[in-house]
Design a binder for this molecule. Structure first.
Ligand SMILES: Cc1ncc(COP(=O)(O)O)c(C=O)c1O
Length: 379
């Protein structure tokens, strides 16, 4: 079954108990047990719930994984997976990792005697040099946020396997529709379902998928014990959102490609970062591991004043934290996604005062182009 069909038929989309054409919201914390000695599928919602299970099966199916888990946010999924490490362990993380993951790794994991090295993943030798006898995990995220830097998943997986490291990858930007990390050899894939999987800017959620039974049992235990489970209503909203994910993503990515070309040619824009553009230094690597450039791009205007001017005049995109909604979303990484790191670290990463990120929605492209044209004319 191909992905667009999978989104509609590849996991429990019809209720197995009633035949309802949409999985109902099993809004119950507990389940009546007719025989207290008999095993039944569901007993208590923190341990499992039919609505949430349907979504967990759905993400496993889309990622080509055996197991799926749903969490209350992308960050709770990331934190729960990283807590699989033991005291004394070391992990390697890309310099441009998502801000929340960076904060968790730098400010929380050391209390558990788990320490990370931050490395430039475009330099394989640097990643190799960071491996120590204590290293257990190679953490990947590509393209990166917000500068869309690309790393070579296959090469990093090969390196990790040679050193018996577990690979964990945040696949939020490309989604399982356009990049399948498990197929490329990654061990555990994480998605912030807050973004494209749900797609309607009305849910916060995280999803995990993997193939290894031992690791899956441990994640299940931690999911239960930390209790950062996804709520029933949220799981239902994502199930609903996922049905249209194929056409949503297609339109968003087409819009991103056109906007990237438009911005790249515009005199008021200094630089565009988008892995679908041939000017992107690693577009070849990206397009060998992903189906297209995705729906997110960023661009450099040169100063805070210009950013302020543009955002004041744009009429269509919302100006907000987050990405992956049906509406276009413009973010200012400096005060939003990257507010939790220092200005010095931001500048080192290229998160300058003149940088804006754009998550393309599914609006008519002519309207989006006209809106950017008129807003840029004020600069
Ligand atoms: C790449 C990436 N990973 C993880 C997260 C965290 O997800 P959530 O906000 O659902 O916790 C985000 C949020 O923006 C993100 O962009």
């Amino acid at each position: 079954m191909l992905d667009n069909t999978k989104l509609l038929h590849g996991y429990p989309v019809v209720d197995p108990y009633t035949g309802a054409a949409s999985i109902p919201k099993y809004q119950a914390s507990t389940f009546n047990q007719t025989d207290i000695f008999a095993k039944q599928d569901y007993s208590y919602t923190r341990f499992g719930n039919p609505t949430v299970s349907a979504l967990e099966e759905g993400i496993a199916e889309l990622e080509n994984g055996k197991y799926g888990f749903a969490f209350s946010s992308g960050m709770s999924a990331i934190a729960t997976v990283l807590m699989q490490l033991d005291a004394g362990d070391h992990l390697i993380v890309p310099n441009e990792v998502y801000g929340g993951t960076c904060q968790f790794t730098k400010e929380i994991l050391p209390s558990f005697d788990i320490h990370a090295s931050f490395v430039d993943y475009s330099d394989l030798e640097a990643v190799k040099a960071a491996i120590t006898p204590k290293t257990k995990v190679l953490y990947l995220e590509t393209p990166s946020n917000p500068l869309l830097k690309v790393c070579d998943i296959r090469a990093l997986v090969q390196l990790a396997k040679a050193h018996h490291l577990t690979t964990i990858m945040d696949n939020t930007f490309m989604t399982p529709l356009y990049q399948k990390p498990l197929d490329l050899g990654v061990d555990i894939v994480i998605e912030s379902a807050t973004k494209f999987l749900n797609g309607h800017s009305d849910v916060v959620a995280g999803l995990v998928s993997l193939n290894d039974e031992k690791m899956a049992n441990k994640i299940k235990l931690y999911q239960k014990a930390f209790g950062a489970i996804l709520g029933v209503e949220e799981a239902w909203l994502i199930l609903r959102g996922m049905k249209t994910m194929g056409i949503r993503m297609e339109k968003s990515c087409e819009n991103a490609m056109q906007l990237a070309n438009f911005l790249e040619q515009h005199a008021k824009v200094e630089k565009v970062f988008y892995p679908g553009l041939s000017s992107h230094p690693d577009s070849d690597i990206h397009l060998a591991q992903a189906k297209n450039g995705g729906a997110v791009l960023s661009f450099e205007l040169g100063s805070e004043d210009k950013v302020s001017c543009l955002t004041k005049h744009l009429k269509i995109p919302i100006i907000a934290v987050s990405l992956g909604g049906v509406e276009s979303i413009v973010s200012y990484p400096r005060t939003m996604s990257h507010a939790c790191i220092s200005e010095e670290e931001r500048l080192e990463q290229g998160v300058t005062p003149g940088l804006l990120r754009l998550s393309c929605g599914i609006e008519d492209i002519d309207d989006l182009l006209a809106d950017f044209e008129q807003a840029l004319s004020y600069i």
